[in-house]
Design a protein around this ligand. Structure first.
Ligand code: SF4
Length: 429
């Protein structure tokens, strides 16, 4: 799932910092054959970055490598490599892109080679594809898999037995696997220090996301949002770098808000906010800037999005808690957006529509991501009924450029914006 895109649209200090953080991380990964450090491959939702880092291990996030490949125009050739041995067109294209990248020398987003995994840490199973993905990686690299089964929030809440079920697995399975790979013993104080840093960064991230309640919104919480969640959803949660990044970002956004500025888009400052949208679903990565421009050109600003919650829902109050490290990690894993049942997602989105004073909900449905796309039309109908705000629906794919039809999406967006205009109070009927 989520991102740390290569092409930074807004050259603020925070974004320069993020770029440098990513470059340093990938350089360190590339040096592993000489340095002897170890890497752990793991997925974004429910990742255990603080725990991994507390053992001195370096995280690698395959979804991020896939989306980065798409942004660099490499995913088409990688997916073609996966098509040849018969990976069906319905398979998640992140997997196919990653497979093609592996078969092409495993060169990461910065052009440097990624190390083979020392451990595949499957810390989330809300999407069945994750398991099959690591089966492929396991075969390719002959690497061990550490498994954390995270119960789905079917009843809409986390119960104590669910929490203890996850904590027991962390203690009995995951921590021993990390001890074995790293050669170090579990150090709960060290983990708690990482979690305290996470909580600080999470506070600042929430302030950034909530700035979109302001008119005009100083941020785009979907297209800009994917840059903002990059460090916290990936290899950096719990680090000093992440704390510095989020503090700096918050200061920049608060300054924009104070000056009454809108978000920065691929073509510069948005000067007139015409539509305020809540967006459900991941973005398209192959044509990311073209897609963003379709909104920016119409003065449409995304004021809240669900995609920026797949690696953690912090704006409802969750923070990593150093006073109960393993319980807190368990709650984090179970609380990720795609681990919420559909009624909880409907509640969350309906609340966003009201709290962010949005004009409507737009769903961007992803052809190859069943995990995200299932139930979206039912959610749309329910939310329209509940809030009275119009819904829109567009489709493309994550990283397969064959499924991005610019004309089609643009047409649908234009109709949707017209519908919003017609439904405004005082509009001619
Ligand atoms: S199907 Fe969706 S949730 Fe599952 S791995 Fe692919 S992109 Fe992620």
């Amino acid at each position: 799932m989520p991102p740390t895109p290569t092409k930074i649209a807004q050259k603020d200090r925070s974004q320069q910092r993020q770029k440098a953080m990513i470059a340093d991380h990938y350089e360190r990964l590339a040096r592993i054959p000489e340095s002897g450090e170890k890497s752990v491959y793991t997925f974004v939702p429910g990742n255990l970055t603080e725990l991994v880092r507390s053992f001195g291990l370096l995280p690698v996030l395959p979804e991020i490598n896939a989306l980065q490949s798409a942004m660099r125009g490499k995913s088409k050739e990688y997916i073609a490599i996966a098509d040849r041995p018969g990976h069906s067109e319905d398979v998640c294209t992140y997997v196919k892109c990653d497979y093609g990248m592996m078969k092409s020398g495993n060169v990461g987003p910065t052009g440097e080679r990624l190390p083979a995994p020392d451990l595949l840490l499957l810390s989330y199973t809300g999407c069945f594809t994750f398991m099959k993905w690591f089966e492929i990686q396991g075969e390719e690299y002959d690497a061990p898999t550490g498994m954390l089964h995270v119960p789905y929030q079917a009843g809409g809440r986390i119960t104590e037995p669910m929490r203890q079920y996850v904590v027991a697995q962390l203690r009995d399975k995951v921590i021993p696997a990390l001890e074995q790979v790293s050669g170090r013993s579990y150090d709960e104080d060290r983990l708690a220090e990482c979690l305290a840093r996470s909580a600080r960064a999470e506070d600042d991230l929430v302030a950034v996301l909530e700035s979109a309640k302001h008119r005009p919104s100083p941020i785009d919480a979907y297209f800009g949002g994917v840059y903002y969640v990059g460090p916290i959803f990936s290899a950096f949660r719990g680090t000093d770098d992440a704390c510095h990044y989020y503090r700096e970002l918050r200061q920049e956004v608060e300054e924009r808000m104070r000056l009454g500025l809108g978000p920065v888009t691929p073509d510069g400052q948005l000067t007139r906010e015409r539509f305020r949208l809540v967006v459900e679903g991941p973005p398209n990565w192959t044509n990311f800037h073209e897609f963003w421009r379709m909104f920016a050109d119409e003065g449409a600003v995304c004021v809240a999005s669900t995609y920026t919650k797949v690696g953690g829902v912090y704006d409802t109050g969750f923070r990593h808690d150093p006073s109960r490290p393993l319980e807190s990690l368990a709650d984090y894993c179970m609380g990720c957006y795609t681990n919420l049942n559909l009624p909880s997602r409907v509640d969350l989105i309906s609340r966003y529509l009201v709290d962010y004073d949005a004009d409507g909900l737009l769903i961007h449905s992803i052809k190859s991501c069943n995990s995200f796309s299932a139930g979206q039309l039912a959610m749309l109908r329910e939310i329209e009924q509940r809030t009275g705000k119009p819904g829109g629906f567009i489709e493309s794919d994550l990283v397969d450029p064959r499924y991005f039809s610019a004309a089609n999406i643009k047409n649908r967006l234009e109709s949707y914006f017209q519908m919003i205009e017609q439904k405004r109070p005082g509009a001619a009927s």
